[in-house]
Design a protein around this ligand. Structure first.
Ligand code: XMP
Length: 318
């Protein structure tokens, strides 16, 4: 019978044989798949794996510190956190079209990764967290939404570097990947995180992205997740996030008229992201979140709740 322990032992043996004395590079996103991939390979070749986390400036608040904390503890001097925030934001200046945003983010990511990982001389393998569902969807993009939106993180990585792919999770489903991650000692909090898209907050700010808008969205997003965790609902929700709308509206605060952005909260349940239902939020909690966001986040004076399922909507707004 299949067991995650047996799978782990077999994979470690196979990886050891395959890797030999070669070097392996790996891009960590902070998500489950890349984290488990790297942790597994580390068991097979601890001195030969080099991990890179690229901060594209489109991450949630505290995300880069969170990832660095966990990964530095594990990979030590073989973990590199690259701050490419300014470069991504510069390349995205004046861009509003969702697909152009994705393309620019994907291309910038590859450039930065090539430059940084290229410093590891003689790297032979590139580790990727490809899962079984990604394999059976033989298209270079994941799932039916691919015809609607391109998912950059599934397409090809560096071409210049002529690396061989190492995909040790190719036989696993998501739940098995999570189980494996737990047996490898990764923190449960990381293992059960909501999915987060490669282009990050860029596709949660319809229209042009600015540092100011990113800061506003980060603060609102942090409050939303805090409240959902506090209510014990995090694990019942597939994804929970906020979208900063390119619309300002009039409000009143104390004796003053305000004219600030509107924000939409998006929480959905799903089993694979292909279809999704909007989450039936307890009204009290929703009103608490709205109050906190409007009181604590400068720049927002109106909060909406998105009640669109997928289809006909998509999970993300872009
Ligand atoms: P949609 O918005 O297509 O999202 O209903 C389905 C799932 O995919 C995620 N998503 C992305 N993930 N790059 C990613 O890595 C992308 O460009 C991208 N677009 C959407 C979305 O967060 C949801 O989990």
């Amino acid at each position: 019978t299949w067991s995650v322990e047996a799978y782990k032992d077999r994979k470690i043996r196979e990886l050891r044989e395959q890797i030999g004395s070669h070097k392996v590079i790996c891009a960590l996103s902070g998500g489950v798949d890349s984290s488990v991939t790297a942790a597994l390979i580390r068991e097979a070749a601890p001195e030969q794996i080099y991990c890179f986390y690229i901060n594209n400036g489109l991450m949630r608040k505290g995300e880069s510190e969170y990832v660095a904390d966990i990964m530095r503890g594990r990979f030590g001097s073989h973990f590199f956190s690259i701050n490419a925030e300014a470069r991504f934001l510069k390349n995205l200046t004046g861009v509003s079209d969702p697909e152009r945003k994705r393309k620019i983010i994907g291309e910038t990511f590859i450039r930065v990764f090539e430059e940084e990982a290229g410093k590891i001389s003689g790297a032979h393998y590139l580790a990727q967290g490809t899962l079984y569902p990604d394999v059976i969807e033989s298209s270079p993009f994941k799932g039916p939404s691919a015809t609607i939106k391109s998912h950059h993180n599934v397409g090809g990585l560096p071409e210049k570097m002529s690396l061989q792919l190492l995909e040790p999770l190719r036989e696993l489903f998501k739940d098995e990947t999570r189980e494996l991650g737990l047996t490898l000692g990764l923190p449960p909090e990381l293992i059960y995180r909501h999915p987060f898209p490669g282009p990050g907050l860029a596709i949660r700010i319809p229209g042009e992205i600015t540092a100011e808008k990113l800061a506003i969205l980060r603060d609102a997003d942090t409050i939303l997740l805090e409240e959902i965790r506090r209510a014990g609902l995090y694990n019942e929700i597939w994804q929970a996030f906020a979208v900063l709308l390119p619309v300002k509206s009039v409000g009143v605060m104390g004796d003053f008229r305000t004219y600030e952005y509107a924000l939409s909260i998006r929480c959905v349940t799903s089993s694979d992201g292909m279809t999704a239902d909007w989450f039936h939020f307890p009204h009290e909690l929703l009103s608490g979140i709205s109050n906190r966001i409007i009181n604590e986040v400068k720049g927002i004076n109106r909060v909406l709740y998105d009640i669109t399922s997928k289809p006909p909507g998509t999970v993300e707004w872009e």
